[in-house]
Design a protein around this ligand. Structure first.
Ligand code: ZN
Ligand code: ZN
Length: 185
């Protein structure tokens, strides 16, 4: 499937967003407006104006909706969730070739809040995976104590861990130790 620069950026943003959610032993990754500002700057989300507490709570709510897409067991459920969150955001699709990139479509409406901007553009990036029959590439890490969201862009959809050097490796080491222990009797 064709993944344009913008789609790639939107995917990075949505994965990072979902992974800021607090979980057992993991603190809230967006604790305040300052953290949201850093997230927005880091992902170069443009034209979102001055950020407020309202933006923060809207982005956290949206994060939960995106998390549900990554947890969706099949394409139909993912499609329903994506339709809902994109519809709620409102979109204004338009062609652009900003900053020297090839022609591509932006979806967020002019003047959209940061939550609506993310819902429109990240929502559509995820929508293309459903369209391409690739919804199962939207995954959660299989390491039992991790479960971070990631997008598997490997050729044969074989990626199981958010990061093979940490989660993948950690499991390999654990399996190796278990085998050694067994062999040692
Ligand atoms: Zn763009
Ligand atoms: Zn992981």
């Amino acid at each position: 499937m064709l993944i344009t620069h913008d789609t790639r950026c939107a995917l990075d943003a949505v994965v990072d967003l979902v992974n800021t959610a607090p979980e057992d032993g993991v603190a809230e990754g967006l604790p305040d407006v300052g953290a949201l500002r850093e997230f927005v700057a880091g992902h170069r989300i443009s034209d979102v104006g001055t950020l407020s507490e309202l933006d923060l709570s809207a982005v956290r709510r949206l994060r939960g909706r995106f998390a549900a897409v990554f947890a969706a067991p099949d394409a139909r459920i993912a499609a329903g969730l994506i339709n809902e969150l994109v519809a709620a955001a409102g979109t204004t699709p338009r062609l652009t070739d900003h900053d020297g990139y090839d022609w591509h479509v932006h979806y967020f409406a002019p003047g959209a809040s940061v939550a609506d901007h993310l819902a429109a553009d990240c929502g559509m990036a995820l929508a293309f995976f459903v369209v391409a029959g690739e919804q199962e590439r939207l995954r959660r890490c299989e390491a039992p104590d991790c479960r971070r969201a990631f997008v598997d862009l490997s050729r044969n959809r074989s990626r199981r861990y958010c990061d093979s050097r940490t989660c993948g490796n950690r499991l390999h080491v654990a399996a190796y130790r278990a085998r050694r222990k067994e062999a040692a009797g």
